[in-house]
Design a protein around this ligand. Structure first.
Ligand code: CTP
Length: 405
């Protein structure tokens, strides 16, 4: 029995008729269910059906026009243990991504402090459209859980991806979430993520294309599994809302080192996912450098190697995991980094693999450790790759506890 307070948000897509089954399945699991409908959703499923099944009045407006009673989105958000938006249309997803608050369903989304699940549904071309994909990714990066659309026959008569996941799949995702083991409870995890920017002058810097997505996905996975995460991030375009993540924004390698060093002593696990600039300008100009001679030389010096410096002071009870982004002799180079930086294992990405590395939503990794064969994984979403990495760290902890090296 799940026995949770579940708020179900239904937006106006044809799959709304399946929401009745979601309500029934949740009630069978002993949940209290309240339903919020968007105005358009009422065209696809009647409030009477949902009120009968959920045993609660259906909420659509901010207030009841009959008696003026107020439907508080804040109270709903606080009441819910989980907010499921199913079906989530392209229109509602875009409003959620932007923070538009023009109906009760959306204001409740903005107020909700609980985990939010959303099950997209739409025609295949709408689903594939970069605007929709960007909105879905924004929500995932924010920590919302996407219950992926499935392929099949669509209401338009076309075949493709865009069908809402089946009600039993949606409900299983929710039960899995609540039954997931908090296997990193009370563990302190330090993660570096994103690029660093090294100041040349007030308008220029040395940087790189790292998006920070991989490091943020790892932070999210650890936080979901109960860890206290300190995320030291270079300049990125990702937002984080998770009570278990303490995010510290930095700009340069020096600042990242300072913060990472401060939190390392208290960490049980450190994951170095940042693409730290290797060099910084010797002189960091206060004024804009003006164009003058034909050639211009910028003198650079090494930045602190954060992973190496912290590897040198690593205690036996700490686990350090590094990344290696290589273009050639990948395994040899990764093994070198493993030893040089005292990592417990290295996550290798090859830039030769399509869909892997910087700025993609997917990644293809190989895990390299000292005493085991490399473990190769297929191309996966960065969220799924984060699960693989965190699972490997869990295995490592277990083997240390069992006295194996
Ligand atoms: N790293 C770090 N601080 C640096 C450089 C790298 O903490 N100044 C970490 C990265 O976060 C990554 C690992 O070290 O976990 C390897 O990074 P990479 O850039 O591949 O290695 P480098 O040592 O910089 O070697 P090279 O660029 O020559 O391949």
């Amino acid at each position: 029995m799940l026995k949770k307070n579940i708020l179900l948000g239904i937006t106006g897509g044809i799959a709304a008729y399946k929401a009745a089954i979601i309500v029934r399945l949740l009630i069978k699991l002993g949940c209290n269910v309240k339903v919020v409908l968007s105005e358009k959703a009422k065209h696809f499923i009647t409030p009477l059906t949902l009120a009968t099944l959920s045993k609660n009045p259906i909420l659509v407006d901010f207030f009841d026009p009959e008696n003026g009673s107020w439907n508080s989105h804040v109270d709903l958000g606080l009441w819910a243990d989980a907010y499921i938006i199913a079906p989530a249309t392209a229109n509602s997803l875009s409003k959620m991504a932007l923070g538009v608050a023009d109906n009760l369903l959306l204001t409740t989304y903005l107020s909700a402090r609980c985990p939010v699940f959303f099950a997209p549904t739409m025609d295949l071309d709408m689903y594939k459209h970069p605007a929709t994909q960007k909105n879905i990714n924004t929500l995932i990066e924010r920590g919302n859980i996407c219950i992926e659309a499935q392929s099949g026959e669509l209401a338009s008569g076309l075949e493709g991806k865009g069908r809402m996941a089946e009600p039993d799949t949606i409900v299983r995702k929710i039960t899995d979430f609540f039954e997931a083991k908090l296997d990193f409870l009370n563990k302190n995890v330090l993660i570096t993520a994103g690029p660093t920017y090294e100041h040349i002058d007030p308008v220029r810097f040395i940087g790189n294309y790292s998006s920070g997505k991989m490091g943020f996905a790892i932070a999210q996975e650890f936080a979901n599994r109960g860890a206290n995460v300190t995320l030291v991030s270079g300049p990125v375009n990702i937002s984080t809302i998770n009570n278990n993540i303490n995010r510290i924004d930095v700009t340069s390698a020096n600042e990242m080192y300072e913060q990472a060093e401060k939190h390392f002593h208290n960490a049980n696990i450190a994951v170095f996912a940042a693409a730290v600039a290797d060099y910084m300008p010797v002189i960091q100009a206060d004024e804009k450098i003006k164009k003058s001679s034909e050639n211009f030389t910028l003198q650079l010096k090494k930045t602190p190697d954060i992973a190496k410096l912290l590897g040198e002071i690593k205690r036996n009870d700490q686990i350090n995991v590094g990344f290696a982004l290589e273009t050639n002799d990948e395994v040899v180079n990764a093994k070198e980094k493993l030893i040089k930086k005292n990592f417990d294992f290295v996550v290798l990405n090859s830039l030769k693999d399509e869909g892997a590395g910087f700025n993609h939503d997917t990644n293809k990794i190989t895990i390299i450790s000292n005493n085991a064969k490399p473990i190769m994984y297929p191309l996966k979403s960065k969220q799924q790759v984060a699960v693989d990495i965190v699972n490997n760290i869990f295995k490592k902890i277990t083997s240390i506890q069992n006295g194996q090296k």
